[in-house]
Design a protein. Sequence first.
Length: 413
Amino acid sequence: MALDPERVVSQLRELQALTGDEDGAQRVAWTDTWNRARAWLDGLLDGLPLVRERDPAGNDWWTLRGASERAVLIGGHIDSVPNGGWLDGSLNVVAGAEVLRRLAEEGTPPVTVRLVNWADEEGARFGRSLFGSSAAAGSMRDQEELRQLTDRNGITLPDALAANGVDLDRAIEARAQLDSAAAYLELHIEQGPVLESMDIPLGAVLGTYGVERWRVTWTGQAAHAGSTPMDKRRDALAGAAKLALEIRDIAARVGNGAVCTSGGVVCRPGIVTSVVETAVQLLDQRHLDAASLAELLRQAREASERFAAEERLEVSWERIWSIEPILFDLALIHLCDGACREVAGVSHRLPSGPLHDAAEVARAGVPTVMMFVQSLRGLSHTKLEDTREEHLALAVAALDRLADTTIAHVSEA
Ligand SMILES: [Zn+2]
């Protein structure tokens, strides 16, 4: 049977009805609803000549054996955040299942093709994202910390995993799954406004942003709001305010997609009758290029020293978290661009702000690319998340095209 993109849309509606409610999708990993969704996904592939396997991290694999062991992987995640959308993650795997069905019905492909449903991409219940893909990628190095995690009801992560047949100590054995991987493909909704603003349905993703996340603490002197002349003040908020505006200029100067956010400032004593003594400011900077990311940080730190001198403050910086940019494979980006263009007549290359399972797979050294389909209003992780059905159908057709060109690319290599 030929590919049926419209069927994917109706299957996604079916999943939405099966695992969602009036507040949105409820497929939180390591819950009954998630297990219902996993079983439902498996049912889509009933009757096909596939090898099914659940690996030690709880990832589900469906393998169509090809003439060669080298494998093209298509991946996604069926888990959602609480009150999530109908497409984040599920589009990837349901579309992937349709492509795998089409390939399986055509006979033995020249290379092996595998669909993977990663376990717990969102980290919604225990606060740790990319569980299954990091185990498979070999980057899960925080098992001691994972052991301490609890959910809202005090249930520990190891207990929740065990209830789902996963032993935390053995999760990293999932690594063997990537041994034969020659390419990894992931379709996802954009979750941002770029493609919609350009009126382009589909795009090829260049990689995921590197992130520098810092806490900047400004220290001045609390003083009476009435008795302290303006020129005698050491106002910590003034430093934070100057930096919050300066990062816009820094992002503009460094350019090429740079984004900088001052996501919050907490002031003490925080009362209307006192000059601010300490201002604790949160800063997030992102770029696809490592040198540019370092430059964003360097300019922000330099500016903070200047503002501290101007306002007679002390300033200190403390790193909260960081990750390097993860670039996707140039040859696969080219194939992805071609598939989008062939199906939609137009394409666009763009970076991804959010992290995805694809970033973990790419970090493990597997050539990787993602395809984005337009999101309406840029919304995600809410029941308002949506994409036009005709664009979803285009995305399925383009993923199918990309699977074919990637299979050819891998089998020629
Ligand atoms: Zn996702």
